[in-house]
Ligand binder design. Sequence first.
Ligand code: CA
Length: 222
Amino acid sequence: MRLLVVEDEVQLADALTEILKRNMYTVDTSYDGIEGLDNAMTGVYDGIILDIMLPGMNGIDILRNLRAEKISTPVLLLTARSEIEDKINGLDCGADDYLTKPFVTGELLARVRALTRRRGEIVNENKLAYNGLELNKNTCSIIWKGNDVKLSLKEYHIMELLISNPHQILPKERIIEKIWGYESDVEYNNIEVYISFLRKKLSVISAPVQIKTARGIGYSLE
Ligand code: CA
């Protein structure tokens, strides 16, 4: 899952980013409102953690712009205790949740999980599953009937994307945006390599699902 953190307090922004990365999220970080809006407008994120008081453009205006452009990425607002008005305002403008600073890591992670809990069949906070095939975040592995095989971080992220959107063709472009970022210069054949690793690993554990190729477009989990 790809998240965007928009926060101008550099220490807090970096700490947040670090915590989220350790919990298997792919994270981009913006330290001001203008760059934050630019990034958010790409629509590639599964969730945005958005501070309210920001240089350039405040969080509420970013949110307003996003929703006006019909970008429905879930947003978790970060608010200071003194910003109650802004918080109400933010929820009215289409924020999904808010978190008051200072907060503890456990609460942040719980809110982020709730924020991004929309697709796929979620067994618990550390597992995603499809048709009995399980993707485990803690062990970074896929499991079928007690057989498991470890995935690399990129393989994990690609598998997460596939298992969260079964039967949907995921264009290669979309996979690149999600996993490597929209400015990356990763080429299609890099993805092909990861997909072939994943197919081998799925067959090693005799998983009853396959990654099908939609010729010239992308892949789907069937
Ligand atoms: Ca701030």
